[in-house]
Design a binder for this molecule. Structure first.
Ligand code: AKG
Ligand code: FE2
Length: 261
C-alpha cells in the first residue's frame, strides 16, 4: 500500500497511533463544520498513472448513462406540486465502469484495504464500515468527457467516498450547499433558488488528482460542472455500509449500470 497511498503524510496504516488519532480528529472537525473532508494527495502519482493505464483500455466497455432527472431522483415528491421549480429537470451524462470489470485495479485494492475502512469508520464516528458484496456497485469509476457533467442531486446514502483519478483541464468542479435541507425541513424554496443559480451560500471545490473526498450528501445537494477540454474527469466512487453484505437489487443494477449482473 505504501506505493499506492502517501502513508507518510496520512498514517492510515497505524490505527491507534497519536498521528492517526490526530488525522481522524481533523477529518471529524471538517465534517462537523462543512459536511465534508478532503485528503489531497492521498494517492501517489505512480498509483494514479497505473490506475489510468488500467482503466483507459476498459473504457469502451463502460456503461454510457445520459439521463434527465430532478434533484431528488424521484418523479414526484409528497407535498410538492408537479410544477414547483424544485422539481425542474436537469441533465447528467457519464460513463461508468463497475468493480467486476476491473477486479484487480488500484481503486479496488484501496477499497478492500481494511485499514482504509477502519480509518473511514473512525472519521465518520461509526463503530465499523463494511464493503458491499454487490459485484457491480462496490466500486465504480465514472468518466466525464468534455461537456458532460453530474447534475444537482441529493445522495441516497449517508455519505459518499470518492478519489479523483484524473482532473480535467477545466470545469468538473464540485458545487455544494452544506445542509441546505434537514430531515425536518425540506426547504423546497431554497432548493429552487439553488437550481436557479442564485444561492449565495453555494460553495465550490476544485479537486486535484489523488484527493480523497468524503461528504455527507443526503441533505447537502451537490453537482459537478461540465468538463472543459480534452482530458476526461475520472473519479472512483466507493460504497461502504455500517452493516456487512449489502447488495443492490437487480432492478437497481439495471437502472444504474444497464445490466442486472
Ligand atoms: O464526482 C463527484 O465528485 C461526486 C460524485 C457524487 O456525487 C456521487 O457519486 O453521488
Ligand atoms: Fe452524489
Amino acid at each position: 500500500m505504501r506505493d499506492i497511498l502517501d502513508l507518510d503524510r496520512y498514517p492510515l496504516d497505524r490505527p491507534g497511533s497519536p498521528a492517526w488519532h490526530a488525522l481522524v480528529g481533523h477529518c471529524r472537525a471538517q465534517l462537523a463544520a462543512d459536511g465534508m473532508f478532503s485528503l489531497p494527495g492521498l494517492v501517489t502519482q505512480a498509483a494514479l498513472t497505473r490506475a489510468m493505464a488500467e482503466i483507459t483500455p476498459l473504457m469502451p466497455q463502460a456503461f454510457t448513462h445520459k439521463r434527465s432527472h430532478n434533484i431528488y431522483f424521484k418523479p414526484t415528491v409528497p407535498g410538492l406540486p408537479d410544477d414547483h421549480p424544485a422539481l425542474c429537470k436537469v441533465e447528467t451524462a457519464s460513463h461508468t465502469l463497475c468493480a467486476d470489470q476491473m477486479p484487480q485495479s488500484v481503486p479496488v485494492w484501496i477499497y478492500e484495504w481494511a485499514p482504509f475502512q477502519v480509518f473511514l469508520a473512525a472519521a465518520m464516528d461509526l463503530p465499523a464500515l463494511f464493503p458491499m458484496l454487490d459485484p457491480l456497485a462496490r466500486v465504480n469509476v465514472m468518466t466525464y468527457r468534455t461537456g458532460e457533467r453530474l447534475n444537482w442531486h441529493f445522495d441516497r446514502s449517508d455519505f459518499t467516498t470518492t478519489i479523483l483519478l484524473q482532473a480535467p483541464e477545466g470545469g468538473g468542479e464540485f458545487l455544494y450547499h452544506t445542509d441546505l435541507r434537514s430531515d425536518d425541513n425540506p426547504n423546497h424554496d431554497g432548493v429552487a433558488r439553488l437550481l436557479r443559480g442564485e444561492d449565495p451560500l453555494m460553495q465550490t471545490l476544485r479537486l486535484s488528482a489523488g484527493t480523497l473526498n468524503v461528504f455527507k450528501g443526503r441533505n447537502t445537494p451537490h453537482c459537478v460542472t461540465p468538463v472543459e477540454g480534452s482530458t476526461d474527469r475520472v473519479i472512483t466512487v466507493f460504497s461502504y455500509y455500517p452493516r456487512p453484505g449489502v447488495v443492490f437489487s437487480p432492478e437497481e443494477r439495471l437502472g444504474f449500470y444497464g445490466r442486472e449482473g
